[in-house]
Design a protein. Sequence first.
Lengths: 150, 150
Amino acid sequence: MIAVAHYDPEKRFAAIVQKFRESRHKLTPQRLAVARVLATSEGHPGVDAIYDKLQDDFPTMSLATVYRNVMLIKSLGEVLELGFPEGGNRYDGNKPYPHPHLICMQCKKIIDPELASLKDLTREVMAASGFKIVTHRMDFFGICPDCQSR
Amino acid sequence: MIAVAHYDPEKRFAAIVQKFRESRHKLTPQRLAVARVLATSEGHPGVDAIYDKLQDDFPTMSLATVYRNVMLIKSLGEVLELGFPEGGNRYDGNKPYPHPHLICMQCKKIIDPELASLKDLTREVMAASGFKIVTHRMDFFGICPDCQSR
DNA sequence: TTTGCTGCAAATAGTTTGCAGAGAC
DNA sequence: GTCTCTGCAAACTATTTGCAGCAAA
């Protein structure tokens, strides 16, 4: 299996809360709960997955609140949004900077492969094209080992 | 400037028409017109760009028809769909297989950089993860030389 | 107390679909 | 003549927004 590096989820949560404070945003229970799910999830949850996960603790919370807080955290630079045109964006609050993803087309799981050579690729494109490259997106789609053996 | 390889647009158009025939789809003027735009456009047009471009020749054609035919051509494997979650998917009928893209965040132009090392990257991910990789998506986002000097 | 946040419901935007007539073959 | 395709309008879905009450600071 591939090596996967993750930050300490509690530190990630604290970093997001710190950004809330710096930007003078109120620390509501709903907001903190969304931040905690983003910081601690390894599975790159979507908005509806976050919503579902919080139903036990916040039965009256609305989807709109999840959307609003995910957007806020994204605007603070503390979550990476993985948009998919088919809908159902996924979020990574654990590593909020661009990095490659490996997506199982069957079970929809998303994992983070370690790829050393990607930085060189970015530099190669910059030099060859004259573009000033700001960010990138690199997704591999396939069938994971679990789904292959089913 | 970066080197950009393109196929002969007329050959691409003929290949798409050939697929229409093989799959027993009727050759309506609207369908052929959409295929021609996809085969000959270098700018990775979106559905609305295709629609706009065809307004002169087919003033009564509906957006739905463009959508339906783009989807048909995609299902025949003759166009590469570049979906963006913000909406406005873009299409490449000239090189209908996965390849990296370089997207200007300002003028929205999309060009095809030549990157030799990408195949190795895919193999690296396959070997390390155990995934059976089916396809990939690699986008670089930045500011093109034209927009930088404006 | 003040101001921003939440829940609800309605609005939005891109895309898809049902249907009846038109047209390819 | 048959059966698919088209144009129109309505439906759909994920997301966003307006508003009135609620709660953090």
